[in-house]
Write a protein that binds this ligand. Structure first.
Ligand code: CTP
Length: 153
């Protein structure tokens, strides 16, 4: 196994920020384990992903520098995962800076800088704008048809 690195996240609508983070995490050691948040855990956090857990897991598993995927089901599992998998480094993007320092007596904690300018939230915003644009175009079309229908009466 060599040096074992673990990280956690939802990884919805996979983007280059995720891929770059995972590549940098793998470079910190020999084995990279990714805890992918389950849908039930996300619901607990007040989040709902577009892709369901099984698809997010399948996508993360297919990345060549990811060695193992486990479900992330609770906040507390990190300490037991560290023991179970013999983890040397627990690493996250720096939006989590300081959040896992309580585990630092058992495992090295590393926070890596995020890739600027991209996030799942950004992608969701763009998608919902597209949906709004489509709705607006549809409303316009309905309006035109109904005006035409009135003229034909
Ligand atoms: N991450 C990153 N660079 C980005 C986006 C995410 O390094 N541009 C990292 C996060 O810091 C985290 C991991 O990828 O360690 C998984 O993050 P996740 O919350 O799933 O992705 P986000 O794009 O941040 O999603 P959201 O916008 O819903 O918070």
């Amino acid at each position: 196994m060599g040096k074992v690195v673990i990280t956690y996240g939802t990884f919805d609508l996979l983007h280059v920020g995720h891929v770059r983070l995972l590549r940098r995490l793998k470079a910190l050691g020999d084995t990279l384990i990714v805890g992918v948040s389950t849908d039930a855990f996300n619901a607990q956090k007040g989040k709902a992903s577009i892709y369901p857990f099984e698809e997010r897991r399948e996508i993360i598993k297919s990345i060549s520098f990811v060695d193992k995927v486990i479900p992330e089901e609770t906040w507390d599992q990190k300490a037991s995962d560290v023991k179970e998998y013999g983890v040397d480094i627990l690493a996250m993007g720096d939006d989590w800076a300081g959040k896992f320092d309580t585990l630092s007596s058992d495992v090295e904690i590393v926070y890596l800088p995020r890739t600027e300018g991209i996030s799942t939230t950004d992608i969701r915003t763009v998608i919902s704008r597209v949906e709004e644009d489509k709705l607006l175009a549809l409303e316009c079309a309905i309006d035109q048809v109904s005006r035409l229908a009135k003229k034909l009466r």
